[in-house]
Design a binder for this molecule. Structure first.
Ligand code: ADP
Ligand code: TRP
Length: 326
């Protein structure tokens, strides 16, 4: 029996290569070894996105991204969180046993507090809905980026709490974090993030890629001056996209036989080689979006089937199923 993997991405904006290397690539790499459930966390996006049109577009883009990077709907169940409404029911049940202190320590909440961003209940309760997502499907492993580690620990706490109150019901899921690429840096050297506007998008055009890479700030060393590959933002991207040339590039940096301009041009070419097959698949889906709707409908059915079994078991355990008293 294969172990079960579950993960999801919020449809809050354009998918970037930080999302890809930090989380989504693992979905593809692992789809043959695990029974995979991959979803679009649309209810998780609600506290950030209040524009309905934008939210629908983002949902579609993530679905297209999943398929364009190589997720196979024959192998993995691909679905939309909101298509399995019992997940919110599970969230409520978990709410009733989650200590406030646990959520007050959550990074997303603390960050919002520090930045004085208005905080809604959806943001505060975010980790509990995430626990419902994960525990609903008897998940063994959850591939995520480093920044989601704390959320997974909260999920583990909630599973243990429930098991303590009501008896063994939930497996304790494990995080799968690819430590090699725990944090992908953005064009400016900070963590790549939609909120910093420093991203390389998975669906960026050739023109956008060229413009973005050429605008990366470097120091002013001339072509024949030795350069430090480890502090160069361009070189950090070479490590991801120029693997076969990496030693040669490193030597040229250290010996001072490459200009930043040439380094950027090589990167642009390699980035486009990486993105071309993804763009091609995306174009096919843009031309025939029915494929997406069919995949998500099939996924909703398969995920709902599993979720209904679990919620029935849970309702029995907590005592709301009075047929037991007959
Ligand atoms: P963003 O910071 O752009 O809003 P999200 O919070 O939506 O990204 O992250 C979606 C997934 O991608 C998460 O699993 C997260 O850990 C991962 N991720 C996001 N940015 C990066 C990054 N720069 N490096 C590695 N993983 C990332
Ligand atoms: N919190 C994740 C993010 O911000 C998205 C997410 C929601 C998720 N539910 C999940 C990830 C369950 C893994 C498992 O990216």
């Amino acid at each position: 029996m294969k172990k079960r993997l579950l993960s999801g991405v919020k449809p809050t904006g354009d998918i970037h290569i930080g999302n890809y290397f930090g989380a989504m690539k693992q979905f593809v790499d692992l789809q043959n070894s695990y029974e995979s459930f991959i979803f679009i966390a649309d209810y998780h996006a609600l506290n950030q996105i209040k524009n309905p049109k934008k939210l629908s577009q983002n949902i579609l883009e993530i679905a297209k991204a999943y398929i364009s990077i190589g997720l196979d709907s024959q192998k993995a169940v691909l679905f939309k969180q909101s298509d399995v409404p019992v997940v919110t029911e599970m969230c409520w049940i978990f709410n009733s046993l989650t200590p406030l202190g646990l959520l007050r320590r959550a990074h997303a909440y603390k960050d919002a507090q520090a930045k004085k961003i208005p905080i809604n209940m959806g943001l505060f309760d975010y980790p509990v809905l995430m626990a419902a997502d994960i525990l609903m499907y008897n998940t063994d492993v959850v591939p995520i980026g480093e920044d989601q580690k704390q959320h997974l620990e909260i999920t583990q706490d909630i599973a243990r709490l429930f098991n303590n109150y009501y008896g063994e019901t939930f497996k304790i899921p494990l995080a799968l974090i690819n430590s090699e690429v725990a944090v992908i840096k953005g064009l400016d050297g900070r963590k790549m993030s939609k909120s910093y506007g420093n991203t390389i998008g998975l669906f960026d055009s050739r023109e956008e890629i060229a413009k973005k890479v050429m605008s990366v700030v470097t120091d002013s060393r001339a072509t024949d001056e030795p350069k430090d590959p480890e502090t160069c933002n361009i070189f950090a991207f070479h490590k991801l996209f120029s693997k076969t040339q990496i030693e040669h590039l490193k030597t040229r940096y250290q010996e001072g036989t490459i200009s930043y301009k040439e380094s950027k041009e090589i990167l642009i070419e390699n980035l486009n080689n990486f993105l071309d097959p993804i763009r091609l698949k995306k174009k096919e889906l843009d031309d025939n979006p029915k494929v997406i709707f069919d995949v998500l409908a099939k996924g909703a059915e398969a995920a709902s089937k599993e979720a209904c079994i679990k919620i029935a078991q849970v309702k029995q355990k907590i005592g709301v199923n009075i047929s037991l008293c007959r």
